[in-house]
Design a binder for this molecule. Structure first.
Ligand SMILES: [Zn+2]
Length: 249
């Protein structure tokens, strides 16, 4: 029941992100910086050590989870580029007219639905992480809850920047907040072997690295990067390092 409990928290986190986006967009990059740091910490201090453990217990070739990692990273990158999921960041470039051609309510709607499909996988990720063990489950749940804030935020900004109404944006936000729960529920109906968990972990690491990097990079490449955001990114990573040390002790 733990994975279900945690995905209920992702509901709150996604809704909070979406409602935050409806109010103020100025300070959102700080939160994105922090969650990106959290994602990096979970990858380095929790998921990768778990992959190393499973490699030695199952005597699997290390290249297997690494292929899964690359597939996970590229799959989400390609999916995002194809559905213009990233136009929340791209909206910043509006002044030079580069992206205005995409401004159509249907594009916003499609992107928000694609984001909800991705959030379903967030929920599956939490459920499967609890199949590895509770420590990995907790770390992944924490990472996904932190990141779902930006999912909610992106859903609303995608809808609004493509000229959808606030009411419609809110319904899509509700959808995006609910799909992780459905994803976690689906994992109660199947169990993966250690070999399959290894592939899942590699895939999920690639996915987390991609969404972490896609939140960090726009800020790093901004004309006036905020030092506070950079500090929060490092703080997020250090926090996870400390949390995982406590778990081991
Ligand atoms: Zn997500």
């Amino acid at each position: 029941m733990l994975p279900i409990l945690f995905t209920l928290t992702t509901f709150v986190s996604t809704m909070a992100g979406g409602l935050f986006a409806l109010k103020n967009r100025d300070r959102l990059h700080r939160i994105l910086g922090f969650t990106a740091g959290v994602l990096l910490g979970v990858v380095a201090f929790d998921l990768m050590p778990e992959i190393f453990d499973l490699l030695s217990t199952t005597k699997t070739d290390p290249v297997v989870p690494m292929i899964a990692l690359v597939v996970g990273f590229l799959a989400f990158h390609i999916a995002e580029k194809l559905t213009i999921l990233h136009s929340a960041h791209e909206a910043d470039h509006d002044t030079d007219g580069e992206y205005t051609a995409h401004k159509h309510p249907q594009v916003g709607l499609l992107s928000a639905i694609a984001l909800s499909a991705h959030s379903f996988l967030d929920g599956v990720g939490i459920g499967l992480a609890f199949q590895v063990n509770t420590t990995v489950g907790l770390a992944v749940a924490l990472a996904v809850i932190a990141h779902d804030f930006s999912d909610g935020l992106n859903t609303v900004t995608l809808m609004l920047t493509h000229r959808n109404t606030s009411r419609r944006s809110f319904y899509l936000l509700l959808l995006d907040a609910t799909t992780p729960l459905l994803g976690a529920l689906s994992t109660l109906f199947f169990r993966l072997s250690d070999q399959q968990l290894l592939i899942y972990l590699g895939f999920f690491v690639g996915f987390l690295l991609y969404i972490g990097a896609s939140d960090i990079l726009p800020e790093a490449h901004a004309k006036h990067p905020s030092r506070l955001t950079l500090a929060l990114t490092v703080a997020g990573t250090v926090l996870i390092f400390l949390v995982t040390r406590v778990n081991l002790g």
